[in-house]
Design a protein around this ligand. Structure first.
Ligand code: FAD
Ligand code: NAD
Length: 476
């Protein structure tokens, strides 16, 4: 006889584990299945985000930024650092212990919430049944009133530059390098390329980033992208736009990369390691048995409606495996929404206010529409921006670079988008997200008291600048 649950979740990444915990909070019986195995073969909950994504990348970004700042900024503070060195093994050990602590934390959260965390492979069978293949190969069937699919995504491979796990690696491989490569090639100036390129650049690698598109961060506000590109290039990231990689071959200890540059000319590049970061694709291998009724779209995403229903019985799908940005916080909100909907509660995800953050230095963050999108939409708008160079707090932090930019509608003053490049942009954007969640106007932000001296004043002044009422800079 099948084990019975109200809810079975397949996948314990940032979309699946919150769905499981919220469902248990709602008084339902829940099992959450995950097959993740770390390099040493040990199972772990937390998915890509905790094991090989958000958390380890931020650990390395923090370590290397501290090193970089010690090299470049400390003397301005009067701190002398005569001999400074970076112990990569210690840095990686620290990252590993953070990951272990966080993934162990999910197991503890499951226990506290009463979720049955199960290690193994989950496969959806017709009729809301799930086949669980445990790590020892044994099989068991679970029956559920609702099934939530949260299998996540995996890196895309470039057929002409296949991963070998040593010289040509994906983002997980790039997080785990044991030594600083002298020459590092990165394919793709997307979020992963910029974050991991920054990590290894800061500790001395010569980093070349090849990006096929002619525009830098094409999905971002282009004023923001231009400012970010200037700073990243100044840090020594050799970002080559309009450069489409045609292939790469391993030649002894090196990798030879061939690409077509912006002028259409054939180019080559030799590096010691190559990171392929050209996007991720939904992971649905062996997930769906015949006859479940769950459909995939042309991009391989599980097809869902606005509330993450697949349309096949009581089967739902959330996170990277469905349409929308591949972001941990987007998956989390979908997971929580679905668990509340299952319990008959009201829930929704506001897809218009999902923030994006790139954790480079300076950080790049935005929410809502870019100026290009607002312009194309035809609604009259106004823009206010404020440079961090005019922020007392940023100057005191030796971080007076970048700006905060706010776009509001001319008719009713509604905030349409906020774009920040500068110190702690990823933290500052939260205020804009909240403002937009409540349909705030730029005047609402103008009338909100911001503590002095804080970086948050930059957003306050940007809102004032939208009406040419900034105090701490001349209005134009
Ligand atoms: P995943 O995290 O991929 O989890 C899915 C889980 O399901 C995995 O554990 C997998 O093993 C398991 N699974 C799959 N199929 C089965 C099956 N059939 N049976 C059992 N288990 C299964 N996003 C951010 O928002 N901020 C960041 O800073 C950020 N940094 C990133 C850095 C890197 C290097 C990478 C690669 C990604 C980063 N992301 C970041 C993206 C983020 O990691 C993903 O958006 C997020 O992990 C998606 O969550 P998910 O739960 O949908 O999928
Ligand atoms: P991405 O889509 O952000 O960037 C991939 C880039 O590779 C694109 O700019 C694309 O034009 C380029 N490209 C594709 N083929 C190419 C070729 N042949 N030659 C040269 N360039 C090529 O994808 P990613 O950086 O791999 O990240 C994957 C996902 O992970 C993203 O959706 C992102 O949201 C998520 N992620 C988020 C964060 C964060 O939130 N801070 C961090 C890392 C990853």
């Amino acid at each position: 006889m099948a084990d019975e649950f109200d809810v079975v979740v397949i996948g314990a990444g940032p979309a699946g584990y919150p769905a499981a915990i919220r469902a248990a909070q709602n008084g339902l019986t829940v099992a959450c299945i995950d097959e993740w195995q770390n390099r040493d073969g040990s199972p772990a909950f937390g998915g890509t985000c905790l094991n090989a994504g958000c958390i380890p990348s931020k650990a390395l970004l923090e370590s290397t930024e501290l090193f970089h700042r010690a090299q470049t900024e400390f003397t301005a503070h009067g701190i002398s650092t005569k001999s400074l060195s970076m112990d990569i093994a210690a840095m990686q050990k620290r990252k590993g212990s953070i990951v272990r602590g966080m993934t162990g934390g999910i197991a503890a959260l499951f226990k506290a919430a009463g979720v049955q965390g199960l290690h193994g492979h989950g496969r959806l069978l017709p009729g809301q049944r799930v086949e669980l293949t445990a790590r020892d190969g044994s099989r068991r069937e679970l029956a559920a009133r609702h099934v939530v699919l949260a299998p996540g995504s995996v890196p895309m491979e470039l057929r002409s530059a296949p991963f070998d796990g040593q010289r040509i690696v994906d983002s997980w491989g790039a997080l785990d390098l044991e030594a600083v490569p002298k020459r590092l090639g990165v394919i793709g100036a997307g979020v992963i390329g910029l974050e991991l390129g920054s990590v290894w650049r800061r500790v001395g690698a010569e980093v070349v980033v090849l990006e096929a598109l002619p525009d830098f961060l094409a999905m971002a506000d282009q004023q923001l992208a231009t400012e970010a590109l200037r700073h990243l290039r100044r840090q020594g990231l050799d970002i080559r736009l309009g450069s489409r990689v045609d292939g790469a071959t391993i030649q002894g200890e090196a990798v030879a990369v061939s690409y077509t540059d912006a002028a259409g000319a054939a180019q080559s590049l030799t590096v010691d390691r190559l990171v392929v970061a050209i996007g991720r694709r939904p992971y649905t291998k062996d997930l769906l048995a015949e006859g479940t009724g769950v459909e995939l779209d042309e991009r391989g995403c599980i097809r869902v409606d606005g509330q993450c229903r697949t349309g096949a019985g009581s089967v739902w799908a959330v996170g990277d495996c469905v349409r929308g940005p591949m972001l941990a916080h987007k998956g989390k909100e979908e997971g929580v929404m679905v668990a509340d909907l299952i319990a008959g509660r009201y829930a929704e995800v506001n897809y218009r206010t999902i923030p994006s953050v790139i954790y480079t230095a300076p950080e790049i963050a935005w929410v809502g529409q870019t100026e290009e999108q607002v312009k194309a939409g035809g609604r009259p708008y106004k823009v206010g921006s404020f440079p961090f160079a005019a922020s007392g707090r940023a100057r005191a932090m030796e971080a007076g670079i970048g700006f905060a930019k706010l776009i509001a509608a001319r008719d009713d003053d509604e905030i349409l988008g906020v774009h920040i490049v500068g110190p702690f942009a990823g933290e500052l954007i939260a205020e804009a997200v909240l403002a937009m969640e409540y349909s705030a106007s730029s005047e609402d932000l103008q009338r909100t008291i911001h503590a002095h001296p804080t970086l948050s004043e930059a957003l306050h002044e940007a809102a004032l600048a939208a009406d040419k009422r900034a105090i701490d800079m001349p209005n134009r």
